[in-house]
Ligand binder design. Structure first.
Ligand SMILES: [Zn+2]
Length: 477
């Protein structure tokens, strides 16, 4: 017996059986890139059973965003690395991370946390293990911004003086001055402010700087560059006195977003940069971090249109939803497409012999007009204007209109355009769209009615709406 799993069935198999055996290894190892891409290729092949219709990237999106939720190894690895960053910055990691902290400190020369605030182009990662290099690389794939509303804390004294996006000081652009200060052990705001409180002259001597005026200027510029609330904090001599180097100070909150370059969001898309909505980096859960990585690696041209939340909502069957997903992604083997692969096949529609494109198949073929007239009247009965966009992409989901949207979606899915085409090809089953649709709805309602009758809850059934035997839709929502 041949077992044909639905798309979601195959995703489940791939994600749980194939990929999960990799995860515990990938958490701490950096695998060769080409090995990972060939495993990913195997997974995608398995999903498509060897025939690829759409860019794989779209498959990795969660269902709610138009994908299939197929696992993306690259995103998974990146999300593991980001979790490591989060543990390093917010001190919630296992003890083996202590080794990593030492290693990162030796590279950054500021401290392990400071390394994550520096501009990537200024970093010299030589001397880091492949694992920690991949941690920093994953980090720099994203854009982080400081949370502006946060109250200043002792961390302000831990801020690195150089290559720090927050502190732009003109004098510190001089490489020789930076080297001098570094040699004198003055690399953080705290070092500078302590020197200012005690004696800038001592710092001048230690750093071999020619004049004290330059150091004065550095202090001024650094203070001016700090946001106002942090500046007052940094200039407070008592607080500065309390600061001890590498003390246990909480790292500032960061907001992380994908780097999307010139990609402009189109209107009405469910996949936006605000989905998933991310709070601060440390509050980001495993799933959100992973989804963030998927979005990052997706690329600009694969954001699917449409309103995906209801596509897979009950009572729509999985197979119907899978089919509609394929339609929207152009992943249907129309005759036009098949004719490219096999010249013996014609590209004409089997009903009207016009060229069978995707649009023809699902919208333009004359055999569909009666169906659309019926759907139009049903949609109207539900208070919605029928349109092809609504029919193909599904309604934009809103909780308020949940009942109506679920029904619209169900009705669109029940129009068995693809099924009747297959019946015609194979010469079995009915090819008449309207009787198939009406029969299907009637059967469905009979099942539902029996179910609710048995459950002694006929009230719930009457809330769902009903289709009369004459094809009229009567709704009690
Ligand atoms: Zn046709």
């Amino acid at each position: 017996m041949e077992v044909v799993a639905s798309s979601q069935g195959r995703v489940l198999v791939a994600n749980t059986l194939v990929a999960s055996t990799l995860w515990h290894r990938l958490m701490a190892l950096t695998p060769p890139r080409n090995l990972m891409s060939s495993i990913q290729q195997e997974i995608v092949d398995f999903f498509w059973s060897g025939r690829h219709w759409v860019r794989a990237a779209a498959l990795y999106l969660p269902l709610a965003e138009g994908g299939q939720g197929l696992i993306s190894i690259q995103s998974k690895i990146a999300s593991f690395r980001l979790r490591t960053v989060s543990r390093l910055l917010y001190d919630c990691g296992p003890s083996w991370l202590n080794f990593g902290k030492l290693l990162l400190r030796s590279v950054g020369r500021f401290g392990h946390k400071q390394l994550f605030l520096l501009n990537p182009e200024e970093l010299d990662l030589s001397g880091l293990t492949p694992f920690y290099t991949s941690v920093l690389q994953a980090w720099h794939t994203f854009k982080f911004t400081r949370a502006t509303s946060e109250m200043p804390g002792m961390w302000v004294f831990e801020e690195p003086l150089f290559f720090n996006g927050l502190l732009r000081a003109r004098t510190l652009q001089s490489a020789s001055l930076r080297t001098s200060l570094r040699q004198a052990g003055c690399t953080k705001v705290g070092h500078l402010m302590k020197a200012k409180a005690k004696s800038l002259e001592a710092l001048r001597r230690r750093s071999n700087t020619s004049s004290i005026r330059i150091l004065d200027q550095v202090v001024k510029e650094v203070c001016a560059a700090l946001p106002e609330s942090r500046r007052a904090f940094a200039e407070d001599a008592d607080l500065c006195e309390q600061w001890i180097e590498d003390g246990d100070y909480s790292f500032p909150s960061l907001q992380v977003t994908p780097v999307v370059g010139d990609w402009h969001e189109g209107a009405g898309q469910l996949l936006t940069l605000r989905t998933p909505h991310l709070g601060t980096f440390q509050a980001c859960g495993k799933k959100e971090t992973y989804n963030l990585c998927v979005t990052e690696f997706l690329g600009p041209d694969s954001s699917p249109k449409g309103c995906w939340r209801c596509l897979y909502k009950l009572p729509v069957e999985k197979r119907t939803a899978d089919l509609r997903w394929r339609i929207v992604h152009g992943a249907i083997a129309t005759n036009r497409y098949r004719a490219h692969l096999d010249l013996e096949l014609g590209e004409g529609c089997i009903f009207c012999s016009e060229v069978e494109t995707l649009e023809h198949l699902f919208i333009q073929c004359p055999r569909l007009s009666a169906l659309f007239i019926l759907l139009k009247s049903w949609f109207q009965g539900l208070g919605e204007e029928f349109s092809f966009v609504l029919f193909i992409f599904g309604p934009k989901y809103s909780v308020k209109k949940k009942g109506v949207h679920t029904l619209l979606n169900f009705l669109s899915g029940a129009a068995k355009i693809w099924l009747t085409r297959r019946s015609r090809l194979q010469g079995v089953g009915s090819v008449a769209l309207l009787p198939v649709l009406q029969g299907l709805l009637r059967a469905r309602l009979r099942v539902e009615h029996t179910y609710y009758h048995l459950m002694d809850n006929i009230q719930a059934f009457s809330h769902m709406g009903a289709v009369g035997g004459d094809g009229e839709l009567r709704l009690y929502i």
